[in-house]
Design a protein around this ligand. Structure first.
Ligand code: A3P
Length: 300
């Protein structure tokens, strides 16, 4: 049997979902809410916003390498990513609350959030902060989330795959509806020029091209050598092996159930959806995703 750090810990109870300002949430994302709402962003903060499991860690690491890869490389090899990138809304007794960690970070502070646009502290747009949003197609996103909810034993009980899929379609998972999340942030992009909206599928298709686009949004011009190095370090296999990125020492994750860096592919949904589930999902998707300008690819 594989021994994980988790096996040595007392198993914490799974949390229950509850309604929080119109979306479903778990208490360890709302316990510091007053501080989150009053969070004072700084103009050079960079907010990484995603629905859970859309590629947050991947893009966070790219940003870290761009900003600190040359100036503070030791930081990246000696401190786990959850202590380098502040998870704004998290309040977990095993680590600093996101709002507190943010106070300790070097500039530019990289701050991640899974909040839907309407719950993000106003300070980020008041300070005109750059925001990088990453979206992933709903089918792969729900598969990844299902495996994550199975292995992260803080998360609410996932149940079986079929019931999980139905709850995802109804928005009854932590951080609420995927459909509202991706649409809400897409709308924000139309009025807020400092928002760069990326797609996981584009990153898989051509990581280099997407890093170039990200750099032009950020106003960065890394050397060819630096870009090559970044491209190598952010490959799935490299990140999966990197203990500072793969969450292998994270107390609430049971790696005997699933890895955090699980497959890193587009189209894994085909190994999970039955034909009937797929038809029902597509019908429901058409009803919810009305904006023709927001298109996702479920295969590449
Ligand atoms: P899978 O479960 O489909 O493998 P997040 O960081 O938002 O929690 O997202 C996690 C998902 O991103 C996981 O998807 C993980 O494997 C994938 N991922 C992380 N790093 C990646 C990389 N370098 N390339 C491709 N996918 C990556």
């Amino acid at each position: 049997m594989e021994i994980s750090f988790f096996n040595m810990m007392e198993i914490p109870p799974r949390t229950k979902l509850f309604d929080f300002h119109g979306i479903l949430m778990a208490n360890y994302f709302t316990d510091t809410w007053e501080k989150v709402q009053n969070f004072k962003a700084r103009p050079d903060d960079i907010l990484i916003a995603t629905y859970p499991k859309a590629g947050t860690t991947w893009v966070s690491y790219i940003l870290e390498l761009l900003y600190f890869g040359q100036t503070a490389p030791d930081r990246l090899t000696s401190i786990p990513i959850h202590e380098r990138v502040a998870f704004l809304e998290i309040s977990d007794p095993t680590m600093d609350a996101g709002v507190d960690l943010a106070e300790k970070l070097p500039s530019p502070r990289l701050i991640k959030t899974h909040l839907p646009i309407q719950l993000v502290p106003k300070s980020f747009s008041e300070q005109n902060c750059k925001i990088v949003y990453v979206a992933r197609n709903a089918k792969d996103n729900v598969v990844s989330y299902f495996h994550f909810d199975s292995m992260d034993v803080r998360q609410p009980e996932p149940g079986d795959w079929n019931s999980y899929l139905n709850r995802f379609m109804e928005g009854k998972v932590v951080f609420g509806s995927w459909y509202d999340h991706v649409n809400g942030w897409w709308k924000k992009k139309q009025t807020y020029s400092k928002l760069h909206y990326m797609f996981y599928e584009d990153m898989i298709e051509n990581t280099e091209r997407e890093i170039d686009k990200l750099c032009s949004f950020l106003g960065l011009s890394p050397s060819i050598e630096e870009k090559k190095q970044i491209r190598g370090e952010v490959q799935f296999d490299s990140m999966r092996k990197n203990d500072m990125l793969n969450y292998s020492s994270f107390p609430n994750m049971d790696f005997t159930i699933s890895k955090f860096m699980r497959k890193g592919k587009v189209g894994d949904w085909k190994n999970h959806f039955t034909v009937a589930q797929n038809e029902e999902f597509d019908e429901d998707y058409k009803r919810k995703m009305k904006d023709p300008t927001l298109q996702f690819r479920t295969e590449i």
